[in-house]
Design a protein around this ligand. Sequence first.
Ligand code: BES
Ligand code: ZN
Ligand code: ZN
Length: 478
Amino acid sequence: MNIKLSLKNINKIKSDIELVFVKNIKKLSKVEQKLLNKLSFSTKAFDTYFDANTNKFYLACEKQKNEDLKLAVCSAIRAIKKLNIKSVKLSLVQNDKELKIQDLVEGLELGFYEFSRYKSDEKKKKELQIILCAKNSNVAIANLEKELHNARSITSSVNMVRNIVNTPPEDYYPEVMAEDALMIAKNNDLQCLVHGEEYLLENGMNAMFNVGRASRHESKLIHLTYKPKEPKGKIVLVGKGLTYDSGGLSLKSGAGMVSMKCDKSGGSAVLGVMNTLKDLGCEYEVHGIVGAVENMIGGDAYKPDDVLKAKNGKTIEVRNTDAEGRLVLADCLCYAQDEIENIDYIFDYATLTGACIVALGNQTIGTMGHSDKLKAKMQKASNTSGELIGLLPFNRYLPPMLKSGIADIVNSTTSRAAGAITAGLFLDNFVKKENKKKWLHLDIAGAAYSESPWGYNSFGGTGAGVRLTLDFIKNLNK
Ligand code: BES
Ligand code: ZN
Ligand code: ZN
């Protein structure tokens, strides 16, 4: 899809169809009113109707902003996709109200997305041209152009993350993730370090190393750095990059294993954010750390009953090899805090627990941490980005559930109670004292992947976390 701005009068812009927002049917011409009423066109739903006589495409949209606008535009573009047309024009001012370019672009680009790389009958993708008429806009064209550029950069990163998450595990393993990181670094002038298993062993990262032991693919620790001139602060993003989670020897059920290619979503979201910072002119130094590992079975697999020593010296009793994400993240969090000084914010992203899906569903990111102030800041980013978060509270009574008879802590509690929170509390053991209030744990198990489409997400990966994080960073300047 190509989206461009035009300062021409809307009637002078050549295109196959025009997208018209309908807020109130009574405001339309008599002929149009008659037509839409005949069709029981409702402005309550995101109804669409294409009039082939006038080449007008009517889109019901009562509230022309935020998520309502994105969902309406998504509904339109999905219907337009089925038509045999090449170009669409629309005015940026609809019903006397200026539409926000970012909302428009998110609805268009995220709604249009589909993952068809593995379909044998994949048709040549149509190039769709969208022309946004800025003739009646009150915003200077230079600012509109900038908004368009930023919005397209964000949505293309979200769609990149969706592609990564959707790619099957046979084609996407730790080395491929590392190659993607190197490519992202090259395209965005980032620093990129990739460490292999030798490094993990030499540096006491045994928790992460052991998870990947039975895989034929070498584990990779990826460290990307974005460094602007005179950074205003330092942000660290750590992602779980399990390119496949079979559960290990505590093997998942057949049904439970389906879709576990999604277990790289946290690391992929980190890559997505890192891919956008330069374009947005981010003024913070940002580090992206990804633990790319495959959790498999085999004679060399790590076992329940094993005791692993993490990078910070803490010993972990493995009670369930399927609670592998927290082991990988434990060492990645340690690595981040050992390598990077004076951190202002440290967030981790992980499809960590099924319990988070039980608690919050498939749309909401479970958010945990020690600072109410920081959680409130993330809530603000949730409100502006439209990515939903739900706060899951720590309390003093839960940490004892992680006690081990043989080691410092267990990786999996005996009871399933508060499963998402005890996973967060496990990670807390690997957050240094000085960083406690700077840390948030984001469990994206539900939000990152869905086998049924919702909102402007299609089947599969959603790119969860990218827009939320970019909005968090953007809001820091306010
Ligand atoms: N990757 C899974 C969590 C998950 C489940 C993500 C469903 C997306 C959809 C994670 O590694 C896992 O298996 N967690 C276990 C933890 C348990 C053994 C303590 C779980 O949630 O069952
Ligand atoms: Zn697991
Ligand atoms: Zn996992």
